[in-house]
Design a protein around this ligand. Structure first.
Ligand code: EPZ
Length: 436
């Protein structure tokens, strides 16, 4: 079990180069299955979700090399069509392999990803899309078997919700389908455009990525990828919020400011000054943040659900009352109980959280409930007046590269500790399933 020991209060100062995007790395690594050769990916973050994704590729027969941010995947001899249950449990987003395995081999077997700490995570939109592309889908009894022995055929696919994962699975599956696929109400997240760029670099013919309608002209075959993933906008937003909450000043290098519009908007409303140029963001925070009106998470280009917990934490010490509403996942407030152990005053009512800002937070021991909730607790610990301990630190490491080095370089007093293995001991709290 991993725990982080944080000595606050810290005002974060300095500059930081933002890691590559987890939510780009996972789909482009899955897409490498479509080419019979070695693909090379740059700026792949050293996080446990990437490790799990590479394990799945290995289990399917790919040869893998991953060092210094470069991942090489040779899928020439890949043959597996089934994702092992243990790996499905470890990584909820492994459903992203559905389209790639089906397109490459004409059949795929996987267990239902199952719910996670932030919600049920259904995959009905993914399965509906595979059926539209001509696959036979049997999803009885918690296992999914999709077959398309004659290959997939392009179709019009209307998503009832702009699901990121379902949009990605369609792009990957339809890239080598016979004919044209049009996705209506597609997700518009930057990671969708990044995946399209990767697939087009492999020889696919995809237009409209980043908009609500994406057209995929099927091609015969794809060549291995050479792709560098975009910067992680959620990690960037986490670092900006950490500096804002602690009265600090930060410069982020290797970011795309346009991807952070809604987050910068909220931090400016809270009293921060933010300047940007092509690949840099600079934030100066006031001594104390002001409360903001109402933050509502929405599909991109709205405020990202993945930063909901982080901004809620930052607003805990703002002057005044803020309201945050989570519209995407049904149980993404599990971190709030832990935040109140720092002395935060937050009331929740369904998907709405009302945050009464307090002057200061008191140090305490908490346990991360999920990836982004854990990051929110880390921010609270940075602002708290003393030493705090955050258990289940491995959940934070699913999406953040070396948090101790990253925050330590900005002046934080933070230590990573490996504590006993037995779950639930009083030192390191219980364990918790991964979310995605
Ligand atoms: C991706 O998850 C991200 N994960 C999530 O990031 C992110 O929060 C989410 O998109 C929204 O932006 C990766 O990219 C690996 P969705 P995904 O399909 O694809 C419902 C993080 O912290 N839905 O857009 O699973 C679903 O229940 C993670 O980095 C269906 O109902 O998100 C949810 O309410 C967490 N049926 C909503 O859509 C489906 O078939 C959004 O889900 C699929 C989704």
């Amino acid at each position: 079990m991993i725990q982080y020991v944080v000595s606050g209060p810290t005002r974060l100062y300095g500059e930081c180069r933002v890691q590559g995007a987890k939510n780009s790395a996972l789909p482009v690594l899955a897409a490498s299955l479509l080419a019979q050769g070695e693909s090379v990916f740059g700026r792949i973050p050293a996080i446990s979700d990437v490790d799990a994704t590479l394990e799945i590729l290995k289990s399917l027969g790919c040869r893998i090399r991953f060092e210094n941010g470069e991942a090489r995947v040779d899928a020439a001899d890949a043959a597996g069509t089934e994702i092992p249950d243990a790996l499905m449990r470890e990584l909820r987003s492994s459903v992203i392999f559905l389209g790639a395995i089906l397109a490459r081999f004409g059949s795929v077997r996987l267990s239902m990803p199952g719910g996670c700490e932030i919600g049920q995570r259904p995959i009905d939109l993914h399965l509906h899309a595979m059926r539209k592309l001509g696959a036979a889908v049997d999803d009885a009894g918690g296992r999914i078997v999709c077959t398309a022995p004659g290959g997939l055929t392009g179709a019009d696919i209307r998503l009832s919700f702009p699901s990121v994962g379902a949009t990605e699975n369609v792009m990957i599956a339809a890239a080598t389908a016979k004919g044209t696929t049009t996705v209506y109400n597609a997700a518009r997240e930057p990671e969708i455009s990044d995946l399209a760029d990767c697939l087009n670099g492999m020889g696919a013919s995809i237009t409209g990525a980043g908009e609500s309608t994406i057209v995929i002209e099927g091609v015969k075959k794809l060549r291995p990828a050479r792709h560098t993933v975009l910067p992680d906008r959620i990690v960037a937003g986490t670092l900006l919020s950490a500096a804002a909450m602690t009265g600090g000043e930060i410069t982020l290098r290797h970011v795309v400011p346009a991807h952070l519009g809604p987050v910068v908007e909220v931090l400016e409303q809270a009293g921060c000054r933010v300047e940007s140029d092509l690949h840099t963001l600079h934030l100066v925070s006031p001594r104390r943040l002001r409360a903001v009106g109402h933050v509502r998470t929405m599909p991109y280009p709205g405020f990202p659900t993945d930063l909901q917990a982080i901004v809620t934490a930052a607003l805990c010490t703002a002057a005044g009352t803020s309201v945050v509403t989570e519209t995407i996942f049904e149980s993404r407030f599990r971190y709030i109980g832990e935040l109140t152990r720092f002395g935060a005053v937050i009331r929740t009512d369904g998907r709405m959280a009302v945050i009464e800002g307090v002057e200061r937070l008191t140090p305490t021991g908490v346990a991360a409930p999920d990836l982004r909730g854990g990051a929110a607790l880390l921010l609270a610990a940075l602002a708290a007046d003393g030493e705090s301990v955050i258990a289940n630190g491995e959940l934070i490491e699913r999406g953040y590269e070396d948090p101790a080095a990253t925050f330590g370089a900005l002046g934080a007093g933070i230590k990573r500790e490996v504590c006993c293995e037995n779950r639930g001991c009083e030192n390191c709290g219980g364990g918790s399933e991964a979310d995605a």
